[in-house]
Write a protein that binds this ligand. Structure first.
Ligand SMILES: Nc1ncnc2c1ncn2[C@@H]1O[C@H](COP(=O)(O)OP(=O)(O)OP(=O)(O)O)[C@@H](O)[C@H]1O
Length: 317
């Protein structure tokens, strides 16, 4: 198993108290598996991605653990995580394309980055050029400034860079949302190719775009209010979802290519609970058409079928 996350709890410290952004998250990812992570805004997707590589200043690891290839990642210890970042676990963060330094040539920027990690640009350059060419970027882009590249080219550049050391796990956070449809497709296909070529062993693809991730992910996980509520093969999530929340999410997709984004889900009223003081029991129950008294207790994640799990008391309804 490439990744094993057990009862992970990560909170944000605020003046009003702890925001329980990850409140008991458990899942595994197999070698070679691409997992799509979806759910409404604020459910904890970005927090989960960041927790596996770098907690920001306000994030606190309050419980649970993460095993990568059988070894525990010291996620709560920023310094100890340093040796794993980029090498074992890498991330393409949200908005990474626009985070490139506009005044530095791309090759120089990459050399700086590698140096800051104790790596030699000279030693890695041949492999870098080879991989750039694989994604349709000629060597001369290293002499360009970021502004001279299109959005799609920049995104492919960031993808090559973040996987250059063949990390075991890659987290891709909303990497297609700023691109037009043809570039989205190219970026999604590149992710699959990188997995197939074993540049990266397994992947978590955080997205608002279920229809896109459906095309590339082996498995889709659905989050709601700081917890995973359903996990299944991509086809099963889209065609035969079990959890009432997943059903609502899928039915809110009017046609392929449209994102559910921040739009209120049409088929269910209300909005997700605050994570400062989340309700007890099933977090979806205030919006759930099937809710009853038993939902006051938190439903466990149970096996529905091979590779299909869901956390709901009403799976038979
Ligand atoms: N710095 C912060 N301080 C306090 N709370 C935060 C902070 N960052 C995120 N949160 C809260 O943590 C929860 C999870 O946020 P997160 O950004 O992980 O969700 P998300 O599913 O990635 O959302 P989106 O799809 O909009 O990116 C939300 O309730 C959010 O308000």
């Amino acid at each position: 198993m490439a990744l094993d996350v057990n009862d992970l709890r990560v909170h944000y410290r605020t003046t009003k108290g702890d925001v329980r952004a990850l409140d008991g998250v458990s899942f595994s990812i197999a070698d070679g598996e691409i997992v799509g992570l979806a759910g409404e805004s604020g459910c904890g997707k970005t927090t989960l991605g960041k927790s596996l590589i770098r907690l920001d200043g306000r994030m606190r690891h309050v419980g649970g653990n993460v095993l990568l290839d059988g070894d525990e990642l010291p996620i709560g210890n920023d310094r100890a995580m340093n040796k794993h970042r980029f090498k074992d676990v890498s991330i393409i963060p949200q908005y990474s394309m626009s985070a490139m330094n506009p005044t530095r040539r791309i090759g120089k920027m990459i050399a700086d980055l590698l140096r800051s990690r104790g790596l030699s640009y000279r030693n890695l350059k041949d492999e870098l050029v080879h991989r750039l060419e694989l994604v349709g970027l000629p060597e001369r882009v290293l002499d360009n400034y970021p502004i001279e590249l299109s959005g799609g080219m920049k995104q492919r550049m960031v993808m090559v860079l973040s996987t250059l050391l063949d990390p075991s796990l890659l987290i891709a956070d909303e990497i297609t949302s700023a691109l037009d449809v043809s570039n989205q497709k190219a970026v999604a296909e590149t992710l699959v190719r990188f997995r197939d070529m074993e540049f990266v062993k397994s992947m978590i693809v955080v997205t608002h775009d279920l229809s896109l991730v459906y095309q590339i992910a082996d498995t889709i996980m659905i989050m709601y209010a700081g917890r995973i509520v359903e996990k299944a093969p991509a086809e099963t999530i889209v065609k035969a979802p079990k959890h009432p929340y997943t059903k609502a999410l899928i039915s809110a997709l009017p046609e392929v290519g449209l994102e559910y984004g921040d739009k209120r889900l049409k088929s269910i009223p209300g909005k997700p609970p605050q994570l400062l003081n989340p309700p007890t029991g099933c977090r979806f129950r205030a919006r759930c058409p099937l809710a009853s008294d038993e939902c006051a207790e938190q439903p466990p994640m149970v096996d529905v079928d091979g590779g299909h799990q869901a956390a709901c008391w009403k799976l038979e309804d």
